[in-house]
Design a protein. Structure first.
Length: 305
């Protein structure tokens, strides 16, 4: 594990929480930082690492795993909803927070810190071809269905996907971007990509909400366990089934164990789908993942076939 990168993650999280408590930044500053990451840093990371990736069948498991985990989340969250008699909004919020991992904003920095920069291209495949496409299609459908809006049309889904800058970066990286660009381009993209870790973690620290009414503590606890423990446990046989080995296996397991996707939680909150529960689940899952992800990294050599 790159200890310096992991220490930076913890430091930026703590600073974000401190700045929020002291009200150093204006309200909405975390959203501005997330926009900078979405429109600048994340596309730079995609343009940096995707051209180095040689696509083949061995990557199919990375793409399929998030979709299969979402199927498992639908079943498990359905059982939790029945057992705790959750409302329609709580069910939808829990489904979004459990089904979508933060394989991009948190996943990229954590994979880099825990496995090294050479593993990032595989993390990009998991995130862009798996989580991102699923959020842009199934995620939009879930939001529309449970928030009382009309089911989105295919055209609306395509338009929403087209407005996401990393998608354009991905298409460019797969078609026109050379594996070794001119030095001034490559170094510039690398520097922009490197800023993603501190900016994301600062924004996450500023967004974390840990307080919750007592009646919502059970769904919160079950949601965190499902996201951080059960999802990677289910990803283990999936990884075996697709024959993933070495770095592919490690990336697939780590990305499957990431905390709740901030974007999914933010969209659930904006659609009034259990906003307190989603905010708290995001916060707790991120904080606790600082313990579970290094533990999983330590276990991975013992789990690999």
């Amino acid at each position: 594990m790159a200890f310096d990168a992991f220490a930076l993650i913890l430091a930026m999280l703590a600073l974000g929480m401190l700045f929020t408590r002291l009200k150093v930044f204006p309200e909405g500053a975390a959203n501005v930082l997330n926009l900078v990451v979405t429109y600048v840093c994340l596309p730079a990371a995609v343009l940096t690492f995707v051209p180095r990736l040689h696509l083949d069948r061995s990557l199919l498991g990375l793409v399929a795993t998030p979709w299969l985990l979402m199927g498992a989340a639908v079943v498990l969250v359905g059982l939790v909803t029945r057992a705790l008699k959750l409302s329609r909004g709580e069910h939808a919020g829990l489904l979004l927070c459990v089904g979508f991992s933060n394989s991009g904003f948190v996943g990229y920095p954590m994979v880099r810190a825990l496995l090294g920069e050479h593993a990032l291209p595989h993390a990009v495949v998991y995130d862009q071809f798996g989580t991102f496409l699923m959020m842009s299609t199934l995620g939009i459908y879930i939001l529309a269905r449970y928030s009382g809006q009309a089911t989105p049309s295919t055209r609306q889904i395509v338009l929403r996907m087209a407005r996401f800058p990393p998608l354009w970066a991905l298409l460019f990286a797969l078609t026109l971007m050379p594996e070794t660009p001119p030095h001034w381009i490559g170094s510039g993209l690398q520097r922009l990509s490197d800023t993603m870790l501190p900016l994301v973690m600062l924004a996450v620290g500023m967004s974390i909400r840990l307080r919750l009414p007592r009646r919502e503590l059970k769904p919160l606890a079950l949601g965190v366990v499902l996201r951080l423990v059960v999802m990677p446990l289910i990803a283990l046989p999936i990884s075996y089934a697709f024959g993933l080995r070495g770095e592919l296996f490690q990336v697939n397991m780590l990305e499957s164990a990431m905390p709740t996707m901030i974007t999914a939680a933010a969209l659930a909150i904006s659609h009034n789908l259990a906003p307190r529960l989603c905010a708290a689940l995001t916060g707790y899952s991120i904080v606790l993942s600082m313990l579970t992800l290094p533990l999983l990294t330590w276990l991975l050599p013992h789990l690999a076939r």
